[in-house]
Design a protein around this ligand. Structure first.
Ligand code: NDP
Length: 328
């Protein structure tokens, strides 16, 4: 038996989540079993903890799209008992049982090794949000962004992706402008390395002119919607936007003019199906460059019991930084 946060469907179509003992025979198929130490909370987890999202196919369900822990059984040639591992993505926690449990079973090719010098708790303080932020930084750099080029905009900055993106960009020597709708987070964002705070309202209006003054040397966008459309018109010549999220909406009410007249690039970032080599590249950079003391300041500690409440909060944009769930 192991402890898990189980979501069940009610008779009226709603859902309820509670911590229970579950038999190990209920685990999904897979060649590696992991004793989960830490998990975390992402926007998607908020959806999977409640009835929304359409991500979960079968109930009862154990959410948790990422976890870090120790291998306890393995039929995979890649992993041995005692190895420290990280899992993010591959639709674990959505279509399969995930990390909100003491035990998880997955396929070996989905795991990456915990980088040397990093703890499983730190790995989950980074989590899917932080991995995605790193993938976005790498994409911008691969498209030519270099320190000294000018301010790099981060939207949804006090969220999970935005907080880690702000810290990673600043640590790599970039000037960071952080967009937030919560002025009470200004000091927090400056502490992470933001040099400028841009109030959300300044970018909230829909596009009136397809091109505005050239402001940003790059952008990591967690918000999408009207804000992304506005930002495209403010990018400098040849600059890139890494599109990561849709916290403000999935529509893109933009024109193609910034692409045609300014050579702006819109780079899509997906963390879920990212090949293993790209994941390992990103985790290696995170281990080398993320200021872990700053990361600690973003951490909101939590237990499995806290997750139904926190899941509802993240869907309202009410969580700051990174929730780290101690599963043990
Ligand atoms: P969070 O909820 O932690 O952060 C989102 C932030 O966006 C909020 O903290 C808030 O920041 C801002 N925000 C919220 N609502 C609005 C709004 N209506 N308009 C403008 N800004 C808003 O989520 P995560 O950081 O975990 O994820 C961010 C997005 O990235 C989500 O859409 C998520 O699904 C996506 N994502 C995508 C991944 C991928 O592989 N592409 C992987 C991980 C996440 P503030 O209060 O500072 O304004």
């Amino acid at each position: 038996m192991f402890r898990a946060l189980v979501v069940e469907k009610d008779a009226d179509g709603g859902t309820g989540a509670s911590v229970r003992q579950v038999e190990e025979s209920r685990l999904p198929e897979g060649d590696v079993t992991v004793a989960v130490e830490y998990s975390t909370l992402n926007y998607k987890d908020g959806l999977c903890l409640g009835p929304g999202g359409g991500l979960v196919r079968d109930y009862p369900h154990v959410p948790g799209i990422d976890f870090a822990g120790t291998v306890t059984a393995s039929d995979s040639p890649d992993w041995a008992v005692g190895d420290k591992v990280i899992l993010t993505g591959w639709r674990v926690g959505e279509v399969r049982w995930g990390g909100y449990a003491e035990t998880a079973r997955v396929r070996g090719e989905w795991l990456v090794p915990l980088p040397g010098g990093m703890t499983t708790r730190q790995a989950m303080a980074v989590g899917t949000a932080g991995l995605t932020a790193m993938l976005a930084v790498l994409a911008l750099e691969d498209h030519g962004l270099a320190p000294g080029d000018g301010p790099v905009l981060v939207t949804g900055a006090s969220g999970g992706v935005g907080s880690v993106a702000t810290a990673l960009l600043a640590a790599a020597g970039h000037e960071v402008a952080a967009v937030t709708g919560r002025p009470e987070n200004d000091d927090y964002l400056r502490g992470l390395g933001a040099g400028e705070i841009v109030p959300r309202a300044e970018l909230a209006e829909t596009v009136k002119r397809p091109l505005e003054s050239e402001r940003w040397a790059g952008c990591i966008d967690a918000v999408g919607g009207a804000m992304l459309a506005r930002v495209l018109g403010q990018m400098r010549y040849g600059a890139s936007v890494a599109a990561v999220g849709l916290a403000g909406g999935a529509a893109l009410p933009a024109t193609v003019i910034p692409f045609l007249l300014r050579g702006v690039n819109l780079l899509g970032i997906d963390s879920v199906m990212q090949p293993r080599a790209a994941r390992e590249r990103a985790w290696t950079r995170i281990a080398a460059e993320l200021p872990f003391d700053r990361l600690e300041e973003m951490v909101v500690p939590a237990t499995l019991e806290d997750l139904p409440r926190l899941g509802a909060e993240i869907l309202q944009g009410g969580v700051r930084g990174r929730v780290v769930v101690d599963v043990t």
